[in-house]
Design a protein around this ligand. Structure first.
Ligand SMILES: Cc1cc2nc3c(=O)[nH]c(=O)nc-3n(C[C@H](O)[C@H](O)[C@H](O)COP(=O)(O)OP(=O)(O)OC[C@H]3O[C@@H](n4cnc5c(N)ncnc54)[C@H](O)[C@@H]3O)c2cc1C
Length: 416
């Protein structure tokens, strides 16, 4: 069924009785050309691009829970491509371009909203660093705009400019950045992949990999063995746990990150803003809630829930730039598990086992990468060669020292 305005009107007139399920509830077959482990945004996008761009349709996506139950449905929905390093910027810019055409591509309203993102500047040194980053973005075909304090005051008059511990001196804006409704991305990719014949198998946990003479033959699951020509793993916060089943120890730590939503407020925040002297980022949802987040909880965990000390820390960040946020009541909060790599950049690569491929290490920033990650992983699975924009995301860079240390923090996942 193709979604269209006409269809919406037609269904509205007949009690919405004509809608079918958005994707089939498939039973596992004995064998697939490609099995993707993890039905998050990256796994589903990979399946969609494998089928739509590379003609590989004998594909299964295996999800231990339900579609949208992982980080793809837990993040703060921010998309952007404001990176500095060559290893990253072309990849994230490709992702932003894919977001721009996504809804037409998958015939699904994912509420892609290019409302703009502004990183606040609080010191002269930070302005210099942001100018450098803005120039790197422009050189890679992205958009960037430096705002002085007067421009900031025009756009966001209610931010705390006077009397502030960290005065706001300007901002680095990317107007094409913004937000996307996160779970709609999972549903949209799932539906688009299913329409091309991909089996989406929920409530099916991968419990092991079968290998013979260094080749991956398939996966053991809670619903039996599923044979595969190739297996791609995209399980985000569970990467280290799942790859341990194949005998691999990854340069990844799992950490909790929380997100928060206030009660609905009148429109106040036209775009996304991020605090530059602490960790706080905020946007306003179409329902009026302020959606915000900050630092990770700071200890390793696989539990999808957070703790109170970080709530205080994040709210302090919010109060520092917009004190009136203290009047808003917090409605909901939740946690997700981040796969924090040692340099803060992702991994899209083959492994030492033939036929076993890895997509991991997305840290805080994997949602905006969803389309590019799916396309690059599909390219790798289909051709055995890395996509042009993902050539730096090799697993062995942690052995050879070719880190993509965007933040310049070194081997400290808690700082990325
Ligand atoms: C609170 C929070 C806020 C965030 N904010 C942003 C943001 O604003 N912008 C941004 O770009 N990024 C953000 N991120 C990061 C982003 O959400 C993640 O990097 C990205 O969603 C991870 O990829 P995914 O969607 O494929 O992961 P997931 O949705 O987590 O998918 C992985 C799936 O693998 C499944 N799985 C695990 N183990 C197995 C197994 N053994 N067998 C089968 N299936 C298995 C899981 O159930 C899960 O559904 C945020 C994350 C969190 C938690």
């Amino acid at each position: 069924m193709t979604y269209s305005g006409f269809r919406v009107i037609r269904e509205a007139l007949r009690g919405d009785l004509g809608w079918g399920p958005a994707w089939r509830d498939a039973d596992p077959k004995d064998h697939y050309d490609v099995v993707i482990v993890g039905g998050g945004g990256h796994g589903l996008a990979t399946a969609h691009y494998l089928a739509s761009r590379y003609g590989v349709t004998n594909v299964a996506v295996i999800e231990k829970g339900w579609i949208g139950g992982g980080n793809v449905g837990r993040n703060t929905t921010i998309i952007r491509s404001n990176y500095l390093l060559d290893g990253n910027e072309p990849f994230y810019e490709m992702s932003l371009k894919l977001w721009e055409g996504l809804e037409q591509d998958i015939n699904y309203n994912a509420m892609v909203s290019q409302r703009g993102i502004i990183n606040l500047i609080h010191s002269d040194a930070q302005r210099d660093a942001f100018i450098r980053r803005g120039n790197a973005m422009i050189l890679n075909g992205a958009d960037a705009e430096l705002l002085d304090e007067a421009a900031m005051r025009r756009e966001y008059p209610w931010l705390n400019y006077e009397d502030a511990r960290f005065p706001i001196k300007g901002g680095l804006a990317q107007r094409r950045g913004g937000t996307v409704r996160h779970d709609a991305v999972a549903w949209g990719y799932a539906r688009a992949a299913d329409r091309r014949g991909v089996d989406i198998i929920q409530n099916c946990e991968v419990t092991g990999f079968r290998t013979k003479n260094g080749n991956c033959l398939g996966v053991d699951t809670s619903r039996g063995f599923i044979g595969a020509g190739k297996v791609g793993v995209a399980v985000a916060g569970n990467s280290s746990r799942v790859m341990a089943l194949a005998g691999m120890r990854l340069p990844i730590e799992s950490h909790v990150l929380q997100a928060f939503v206030t009660e609905g407020l009148k429109p106040i925040l036209p775009g996304v803003i991020t605090f530059g002297a602490g960790h706080f980022y905020v946007s306003q949802s179409d329902k009026g809630g302020l959606v915000f987040g900050g630092d990770i909880d700071g200890y390793n965990s696989y539990a999808q829930r957070g703790n109170l000390p970080v709530v205080e820390d994040v709210c302090e960040g919010g109060m520092a730039i917009m004190p009136m946020i203290g009047r808003a009541r917090l409605l909901r909060m939740w946690g997700g598990i981040m796969d924090m790599s040692m340099d803060g950049s992702p991994i899209i690569d083959r492994t030492h086992i033939d036929g076993l491929y890895l997509n991991a290490g997305w840290c805080y920033g994997g949602f905006k990468a969803t389309p590019a990650s799916g396309l690059a992983f599909a390219h790798l699975l289909a051709t055995n060669a890395p996509h042009d924009t993902a050539k730096a995301y090799r697993l062995n860079r942690f052995e050879t020292g070719h880190m993509i240390d965007e933040k310049g923090m070194g081997n400290q996942p808690n700082l990325h």
